[in-house]
Design a protein around this ligand. Structure first.
Ligand code: ADP
Ligand code: MG
Length: 217
C-alpha cells in the first residue's frame, strides 16, 4: 500500500507523564483516519508530532515513505501537509479573509495577482466568497474554521491533519464541514470527540486509550 503517513513505535511523554507508548499507524493514499479519545489522553500531542511541531518523541515518523529525522527533513514536506490546530485563535496572520488566504499561498512564492485569483477560487469552492473582505475576528467560530481550511487547502497539501475541526460549532457549521471534507480526496487524520461527526467521514476509527491506539468499533 502507498502510505502517506506511517508511525512506527511512537512514544511520547509530556514533562514526566507518559502519554502514549509504541504507537503504530498507517494512513494510505487518500485514506481518512479518525482518532477519538478522552480529554487529555494526548490526541493533540500525537497530531503535533505528525505535523512536525513536536519533536521530542521516540520512534519513527515517515511521510510518503521518507523517514523524518529532524526539522530539516520535515521542511521538504511542509507544503504537502496542512495542519489545523485545535485552537485557531493564533492561526490567522492577516486581518481580512482574502488577505489571510492569499498569505498562505504567497509563502510558496506565488505572485500577488495569482494568489488573489486562487484565493477567490478556494473561497468560492468552500462557499464563503461573500466573506472575502470581512475581518476574521468578527466572524463566527464556524466561519473562522472554514476560512482556516481555505488557507490550508489553497496550497494543495496531500495530507490534512485536523484537530477537532468542529469543536464548539453549531449543527449547521458541522454539516458544512462534513460536506467539505467528504468532497476532498486527500489523506487525512481527523481528531474529534463527536462520534456522529466522525462516522459521517470515515469507517476507519481509532481510539487513543491506555497509551495505545486501538481499533474502535
Ligand atoms: N504545553 C503543555 N505543557 C504541559 N502539559 C501539557 C501541554 N500541552 C498539553 N499538556 C498536557 O498533556 C496531556 C495531553 O494533552 P493533549 O495532547 O492536548 O490531549 P488531548 O488532545 O487528547 O486532549 C494533557 O494532560 C495536557 O494537560
Ligand atoms: Mg486536543
Amino acid at each position: 500500500m502507498s502510505c502517506s503517513i506511517t508511525l512506527k513505535n511512537i512514544s511520547y511523554s509530556n514533562k514526566d507523564n507518559l502519554l502514549f507508548k509504541n504507537i503504530n499507524l498507517s494512513v494510505g493514499h487518500e485514506e481518512k483516519v479518525a482518532i477519538i479519545g478522552s480529554n487529555g489522553v494526548g490526541k493533540s500531542s500525537l497530531l503535533k508530532i505528525i505535523a512536525g511541531i513536536e519533536e521530542s518523541f521516540l520512534g519513527e515518523l515517515y511521510l510518503f515513505h521518507h523517514l523524518i529525522k529532524d526539522k530539516k527533513d520535515y521542511k521538504k514536506f511542509r507544503f504537502e501537509v496542512g495542519y489545523l490546530p485545535q485552537d485557531i485563535s493564533s492561526f490567522f496572520l492577516s486581518p481580512t479573509v482574502i488577505e489571510d488566504v492569499m498569505f498562505s499561498l504567497r509563502t510558496t512564492g506565488i505572485n500577488k495577482d495569482e494568489a488573489y485569483q486562487k484565493a477567490l477560487e478556494i473561497l468560492e469552492q468552500l462557499e464563503i466568497l461573500h466573506l472575502k473582505d470581512r475581518i476574521i475576528y468578527e466572524l463566527s467560530g464556524g466561519e473562522q474554521k472554514i476560512v482556516a481550511l481555505a488557507g490550508i487547502l489553497i496550497t494543495k497539501p496531500k495530507i490534512l491533519l485536523l484537530d477537532e475541526p468542529t469543536n464548539a460549532l453549531d449543527e449547521e457549521s458541522e454539516k458544512r464541514i462534513i460536506k467539505i471534507l467528504n468532497s476532498i480526496k486527500k489523506s487525512m487524520i481527523i481528531i474529534s470527540h463527536h462520534k456522529s461527526f466522525i462516522e459521517q467521514l470515515t469507517p476507519t476509527i481509532y481510539k487513543l486509550e491506555n497509551k495505545k491506539l486501538i481499533d474502535y468499533k
